[in-house]
Design a protein around this ligand. Structure first.
Ligand code: ASP
Length: 340
């Protein structure tokens, strides 16, 4: 019964989307930007999915989040418009969000059950399937840069904990005391939700002028996590995936489901093996498979033509996109339509 109600909601919401997209420059929650011809470049970002609504997000925070998403998007846009690589755009955009305490990544990361911050991040190059990830790190200021360094300067894909820190130090990355990640807001949140886990994360997917795709995701994981739990973000194929033949995907949500349903790779596989479009594949995984499984969250993705899709099955998802033809927008809630 609960399921059929959610399916009904999805169907009704899809109908509303079609109706609201009469204006080409408008997008709604089912955002999918269909490229008529190939885009020179495209970028899509998220700042976490969750239970945010107009009732529980103050106007001030709403403004702050939209400004932060816009800043991050602008940084990535600039890199891509000037001919920079998708990898640079993805890394730099995520770095900006890591440094912003509003997001659950880098500074502002959520707390573990024990009151620590343990960070996960991954990056993937769609041109050659190179990938790098760090998990459970406590003192690397920008985990996404550490992930990229693992990709480029080590023979491995994923490093964890103390080993990852040692590698980052040897590579000359910025190391900070674990207290750097402390924010009152997140600590108080832990106290409030010790029994009720909470979501939030950042990610970026980009297509560059050379036709290459890249995906990057960074997170503090889930509030109140225990036992060195690692989520989907740093796991290639679960929370992060990029392949020039199909798409780039970055996920946010209840990581355990995204790992078990290999969400990011499933979207790519549906395109590769079944010939689905980016929109069809991402909607199927997020609003059908994950809904049936009970896994809340969403994804942002871009394909090799510059089509962008950002489906989610939670109440809201901080998100934004921009494409070379001048379309762009940032959004938070489910039923938003139109430009900023
Ligand atoms: N997916 C992340 C995790 O499970 C959390 C999130 O996106 O909010 O670690």
């Amino acid at each position: 019964m609960k399921l059929s109600i959610s399916l009904l909601t999805v169907i009704i919401a899809s109908g509303l989307f079609i109706a609201s997209c009469a204006n080409k420059n408008q997008l709604s929650d089912k955002q999918s930007v269909g490229a008529v011809s190939k885009q020179d470049w495209a970028i899509v970002i998220h700042g976490g999915a969750g239970a945010m609504s107009t009732e529980n997000l103050s106007p001030e925070l709403d403004r702050e989040y939209r400004a932060a998403l816009t800043d991050a998007l602008n940084a990535g846009k600039k890199i891509l418009a000037e001919g920079g690589t998708a990898l640079d755009a993805a890394e730099q955009t995520v770095r900006l969000m890591e440094d912003n305490p509003l997001f659950n990544a880098g500074k502002g990361a959520v707390f573990t059950h024990e009151g620590r911050n343990e960070l996960d991040a991954a990056i993937m190059d769609g041109s050659n399937l190179a990938a790098g990830a760090v998990a459970g790190v406590t003192d690397i200021r920008n985990p996404i840069t550490a992930a990229r360094t693992v990709m480029t300067n080590s023979p491995h894909v994923m490093l964890t904990g103390a080993g990852a820190s040692q590698f980052a130090k040897e590579q000359g990355l910025e190391i900070v005391p674990p207290s750097y990640f402390y924010t009152d807001r997140r600590f108080n949140e832990l106290q409030e939700v010790l029994k009720r886990d909470k979501n939030g994360t950042v990610g970026c997917c980009a297509l560059d002028r050379q036709g290459n795709l890249a995906a990057a995701t960074s997170t503090g994981g889930m509030t109140n996590k225990r036992y060195n739990r690692i989520g989907d973000a740093p796991i290639i194929g679960a929370g992060t995936y990029a392949n020039n033949n199909t798409c780039a995907v970055s996920a946010t949500g209840h990581g355990e489901f995204f790992i078990r349903w290999t969400v990011a790779h499933d979207i790519s596989a549906l395109m590769e093996y079944k010939g689905l479009s980016l929109k069809e594949a991402s909607e199927l995984v997020v609003n059908d498979k994950l809904v049936k499984a009970g896994g809340s969250g969403g994804v942002i993705c871009v394909d090799r033509l510059g089509n962008v899709s950002m489906p989610f099955n939670s109440k809201g998802m901080f998100r934004g996109f921009a494409t070379a033809d001048g379309k762009e927008g940032v959004f938070i809630f489910r039923d938003e339509a139109g430009m900023r």
